[in-house]
Design a protein around this ligand. Sequence first.
Ligand code: NAD
Length: 478
Amino acid sequence: MSHDLERPDLYIDGAWVPPHKGESVDQIEAATGQRLGTAAMANTDDVDDAVRAARRALIGEWGRFSAADRSAAVLRFAAELKTRGRDTASLVSRENGMPIRLSGIVNGLAPALIAGYYGDLAAGLDAEDVRPSPTGGDTVVLRRPVGVIGAVTPWNYPHALAIMKVAPALAAGCTVVFKPPPETALDGYVIADAALAAGLPPGVVNVIAGGREAGAHLVEHPGVDKVAFTGSTAAGRTIGEVAGRMLRPVTLELGGKSVSLVLEDADIDLFTSKILEVSLPNNGQTCHAATRILAPRSRYTEIVDAVTDIVSGAIVGDPLDPATQVGPVVTEAQRDRVLSYVALGRESARLTTGGSKTRDAGWFVEPTVFADVDNSSRVAQEEIFGPVLCVTPYDDIEDAIAIANDSAFGLGGVVWGADADRGFDVAARIESGSVGVNHYELHINAPFGGVKSSGLGRELGPEGLQPYLRTQSIYRGR
Ligand code: NAD
């Protein structure tokens, strides 16, 4: 099923409608810099329409669905996402440069799996929860949907991040106004196609791509009951302030600067075989990418050389080519931002490979490694969001853990070591929402999220459903 690349309309109240101001933005292919299609952009009036539609749906037919009906609806939605998965994977690769081998998994397969997971969880939500009272009588604890959800996402894993919000929201009985970013609006509208084909009642899912102004209007809209946001820490702080002022529940999945901590006894072949996967996934445009590599001084030169070899040998090219390991970054502005960090790195550390843009057409940056990086330097402390790695030496395990935790962020991380139990103990000492031992991979049934400036709340797993539910206790007397 090939996707429509010309999207002049927004999806509101179960129908395709033109934006109030008729605004649209050219969608640009990351690998070529050429026009890929067009996508409608919402303004504040469109946001108002979408929120009203979501509110009507909440108190209408959808609000009367039983948990079993909702489960069936979400499973139909999952099936529609699956049907579209292969083409969605290619579309996202064209939008943001993600190598197809990764996009096939995270944008092609994962959305349907996540929706299926929450569709299954939805089935049990009507189960009676009756708790005897110590003084006689009992309490019936009901689980209610929180209400209308404002979902705002970034461009880097656009389809998966959207479904990580939309699917648990629907499972809980909420309705959604989803705002994809302007850079990856086209795959956002595929979610509307799937919702329509799945027969979700009008207004249950509304898709209105737009920029910062539309996002800001949505998150402070009086008709929204909860905000689910993934994006930069800077925007997350602003949204958190709004939520605080309005006493509105919010989940914030924000930036990261995670470590890849190599213990002295680590299997270097295993470590090097996974560098591109855990440290440079999606061309480094990954919130949990382990871009700070911490190496023991006893093996420092060996590790710097190994990282340099792998990164300099990475296959850079067309994201649609299955052989490609590193594609372009998402936009020209992002390329220039990454190159400005490379310039900073050259002043404070030793460049061992990369450091330039590779061609004029498309937004390619050479995979880059800096060695001898001081952990207090800006390239070690700030999220670069491009194919740039830092290697920092450490003296002993206490030093390594101190460096790992000397970060404003706490989202991912990996520990490499021959002794899995010791690796586990070290992982548990890293201040981060998730850490891998000798690998790193998100699991659908395990919570994912950050600590410190990486955010608030969790997505995935049963924990990812809770923010969309509120309890109501009905006390029954004797
Ligand atoms: P961004 O914050 O600029 O934009 C993200 C989304 O928020 C976009 O849809 C944008 O239009 C909207 N937006 C921006 N400012 C807003 C505001 N004040 N109010 C409401 N909406 C607003 O981020 P980006 O550059 O698109 O994405 C990259 C960032 O996302 C990185 O920092 C990355 O680490 C983070 N991210 C985090 C996770 C996670 O799970 N923790 C996952 C992926 C990406």
